[in-house]
Design a protein around this ligand. Structure first.
Ligand code: ZN
Length: 185
């Protein structure tokens, strides 16, 4: 299997080094074989190529599984259905063969180029200090984030906001015009 180091795109904004601990339980993540997810939300401004990190974190599989269970079944099924209907499965398989950073250049669902996205989120599934390329890294555009948000129940949105409020106090200017949202997949 092709092994890749974690690209700098997925480094912690705060330390500019790989994430070392789970945001929920503090588990050390860089141990060989430890599985975890990194999520980052970024935003750019019209006419500027610089990106601001709205939030970023790493979460171990145990904590991610626990959080998934808190998401209502209906919301979960709607999200899965959305990806089934809107995503090209062959393309997703091809992403396993791409260079990881190649996958971040356009939205996995809409194919929008990163430079045309004002907001986007990137995800990586890691194992120790490597990427898990069975589930290759991807980017989703703000447009997809909006469509997903509409599929979620109030309860699920409350759970997500609870997680955000517990861990982050983003700069309010970054939250305009739309707040960041958390999608765990
Ligand atoms: Zn954890």
């Amino acid at each position: 299997m092709n092994e890749h180091d974690i690209p700098e795109e997925f480094y912690s904004f705060e330390s500019n080094t790989p994430f070392e601990n789970c945001i929920e339980c503090e588990k050390y993540l860089l141990e060989e074989g430890t599985e975890y997810i990194i999520e980052k939300a970024l935003k750019s401004y019209d006419g500027f190529s610089a990106k601001d990190t709205v939030f970023d974190y790493a979460i171990c599989m145990d904590c991610a599984d626990r959080m998934r269970k808190e998401i209502s079944k209906e919301s979960w099924e709607s999200m899965m259905k959305y990806f089934q209907e809107n995503m090209d499965i062959q393309g997703r398989l091809e992403m396993q063969q791409n260079l990881p950073t190649e996958n971040l250049k356009s939205c996995m669902v809409k194919k929008t180029k990163i430079d045309d996205c004002r907001e986007y989120q990137i995800y990586a599934h890691c194992r120790g200090n490597k990427l898990n390329m069975d589930n290759p890294p991807y980017m989703i555009s703000g447009e997809v984030m909006d469509e997903l948000l509409h599929l979620l129940s109030e309860k699920t949105i409350d759970e997500m906001n609870g997680f955000m409020n517990k861990h982050f106090s983003p700069d309010p200017s970054l939250m305009e015009p739309t707040p960041p949202r958390l999608i765990l997949m």
